[in-house]
Design a protein around this ligand. Structure first.
Ligand SMILES: O=c1[nH]cnc2c1ncn2[C@@H]1O[C@H](CO)[C@@H](O)[C@H]1O
Length: 361
């Protein structure tokens, strides 16, 4: 895609805000640790492994989420693996022309100690969620140094595990601006959560502690989930949010307050979140209304993609122009969870690269 002129201007100047670390692992790395640790995987080669892990025709959100089960046991609970996936992630994003990335993950899903229930059927070890965060931070910092881009992280609460949420927010506080910039709520939003109050309390604590907030909502779920994310959980950004357009009044309100939507085009096709007809995609409405949104990969391992795939889809099927790509990336930088001074530095870099006068967007 370096040959494709539409991408050239953004090369090295893209901003990505919604990508899961555990959905962005290299298949080679999964195979390496599976073999090293004697953990069975569905294949011995990249091609075989990807036959199970990745796919290219729409599933449902819960069916998509099952894909993690195939390979997470090879990575979770291993110090070297956790640090390495973070490091390699930064290299991958640098190669995709990303200048700044916010990468998210659940510290609990990568741990094998101090976590109940134990994820992935692991036997108890000594890697805690706290140490997972330290290892990811180290991997990201090493990556920043070697690949010359900026990477920050977002810690995920999981919809189905409200009991983890208080610790997730405590970890955000402990590592605030030491790589970690925000809290997220991920997982299956169509699931009925018995005791939702823990998520709510965790988000209240995040507000009190000045922790930035994003929430997966309106991906597979209805507009009401977006409403709850913004007005109950006090989300500053919405993960996906596609179904917000089905509540015109709410949509109008969120346009007015310039709520940021983290749009993932190829993901929205493969998780069945949106109609498979790209010409009916809600991001077309977002573009028309000059909404505040970004373009992101979400889970590039499972979706067998790079960020070019997402830019390509909206360009080919949704009439995206160079002007819109610039606007999208500037909005992403503006809605990033960087401290103000670093945000301004990033914006200055983008304006310069795009040949724009600051604040003319
Ligand atoms: O598109 C998505 N929607 C909701 N949850 C997701 C999506 N992609 C990944 N995860 C969930 O987030 C966890 C932490 O990174 C992943 O383990 C996965 O369960």
């Amino acid at each position: 895609s370096l040959q494709n002129p539409i991408f050239q201007q953004y090369w090295g100047n893209r901003v990505e805000l919604h990508v899961h670390l555990d959905g962005a692992i290299r298949p080679e790395t999964i195979l390496y640790f599976g073999k090293k640790r004697g953990i069975p995987l569905p294949g011995d080669t990249v091609e075989e492994l990807l036959k199970y892990v990745s796919y290219d025709t729409p599933l449902t959100l819960p069916k998509f989420l099952e894909k993690f089960n195939y390979y997470m046991p090879a990575i979770a609970g291993d110090r070297e693996a956790v640090k390495r996936i973070a490091y390699e992630f930064v290299e991958t994003k640098a190669k995709e022309g990303v200048a700044y990335v916010e990468v998210r993950y659940s510290p609990h899903l990568l741990a094998n100690s101090g976590v109940a229930p134990m994820p992935w059927g692991q036997t108890e070890g000594d890697l805690t969620p706290d140490e997972v965060v330290q290892l990811v931070n180290q991997g990201l910092k090493d990556g920043e140094r070697d690949f010359h881009i900026k990477a920050r992280s977002i810690l995920c609460c999981m919809r189905h595990m409200p009991s983890w949420s208080p610790e997730v927010v405590e970890l955000c506080k402990k590592y605030q601006n030491d790589s970690v910039v925000a809290v997220d709520l991920a997982g299956d939003e169509t699931l009925k959560v018995e005791d939702y109050s823990e998520h709510k309390k965790a988000y209240e604590e995040a507000v009190r502690s000045g922790i930035h907030r994003t929430v997966h909502a309106g991906e597979a779920g209805p507009a009401a989930m977006v409403k709850e994310a913004v007005y109950v959980l006090k989300a500053e950004r919405v993960g996906h949010g596609y179904h917000v357009v089905e509540d015109p009044e709410l949509y109008k309100e969120l346009l007015k307050i310039k709520m940021h939507f983290e749009v993932c085009p190829w993901s929205s096709y493969l998780t069945g979140a949106c109609s498979p007809d790209f010409t009916k995609h809600p991001v077309i409405q977002f573009k028309k209304d000059r909404a505040n949104y970004s373009l992101n990969t979400d889970d590039p391992l499972i979706f067998n993609s790079t960020i070019d795939k997402d830019y390509g889809i909206v360009k080919e099927h949704m009439g995206f122009t160079e002007e819109e790509f610039k606007r999208v990336n500037i909005n992403a930088a503006q809605s990033s969870f960087l401290p103000e001074k670093e945000k301004q530095e990033l914006l200055t870099q983008l304006y310069k690269a795009y040949g724009m006068v600051p604040n003319a967007s």
